[in-house]
Write a protein of this length. Structure first.
Length: 256
């Protein structure tokens, strides 16, 4: 399925889950290193990875082949969400599972998902994740989810309702929010890092873009260098790469 396709089907959802697991597996160590909020316990990347891994493992045998799962897109999303909720690890895993739950609640009855429906689903996903947190803070995965939902809705206003365009806008909106996170949360500013959970969500949304394009999952453009933000880093580096610095020109290097 291409970015210009009319709908998201079950095969795309399965490919998204698998791609997200792959992307988080590749980035987990880098995300763990920049985990400073709400607790600096160096496990955000691992928790998001294991949560999504359990979500994908919850898919029945009929969905094992991404080329032809038996159920509709909504059915697969419901199974992913249930698996994530059961297997959620840590704060970041719980938030990711709630994000998937909101998406599944909105799209459960859809055998295929249009771009417009995907945008609505991403909005509910963001609201559901935020509602699960007692004291939401700015500059976190919740901020990135809100930004992704707004960017997805803006695509519909601009007149391009394809799911690929909606997903790409959501990824880019989340990415922009992640790059701003150091300016929004004191704990991140003191450590001079970007928010690990927000970066993890960018990877997950980037895997959706890749699934829609029929590419293997991975960070893709989602966490590569931003215009005006300095050089691109394609591999995880030491923690110094994740420091925003006085000029912020190295901020884009925090991408795992």
């Amino acid at each position: 399925m291409s970015p210009g396709a009319d709908v998201v089907d079950a095969a795309v959802v399965v490919a998204w889950g698998r791609g997200g697991v792959h992307a988080l597996a590749q980035a987990r160590a880098s995300l763990d290193r920049v985990n400073v909020f709400p607790v600096a316990d160096a496990d955000t990347g691992t928790n998001m990875y294991l949560t999504l891994l359990d979500a994908v493992r919850a898919l029945p045998a009929g969905t094992a082949d991404a080329a032809g799962p038996a159920g509709g897109a909504g059915d697969v999303l419901v199974r992913l969400a249930r698996g994530a909720l059961v297997g959620a690890r840590g704060n970041s895993g719980v938030i990711l599972s709630e994000y998937l739950r909101g998406l599944a609640l909105e799209l459960a009855e859809h055998r295929t998902v249009s771009g417009a429906a995907l945008a609505v689903g991403l909005d509910r996903a963001a609201r559901t994740a935020r509602g699960a947190v007692a004291r939401p803070a700015p500059g976190t995965i919740l901020t990135a989810a809100d930004a992704a939902a707004r960017a997805a809705a803006d695509v519909l206003t601009d007149g391009d309702p394809s799911p690929g365009a909606v997903a790409a806008a959501a990824r880019d909106g989340a990415r922009a929010a992640a790059l701003r996170s150091t300016d929004e949360l004191d704990a991140l500013a003191r450590a001079q890092v970007l928010d690990a959970g927000a970066l993890g969500l960018v990877l997950v949304l980037g895997a959706l873009v890749a699934a829609l394009a029929g590419r293997p999952g991975g960070p893709g453009r989602g966490l590569r260098g931003a215009p005006g933000r300095g050089p691109t880093a394609s591999r995880p580096g030491p923690r110094a790469r994740c420091r925003s610095g006085a000029s912020r020109t190295t901020a884009s290097r925090c991408a795992p």
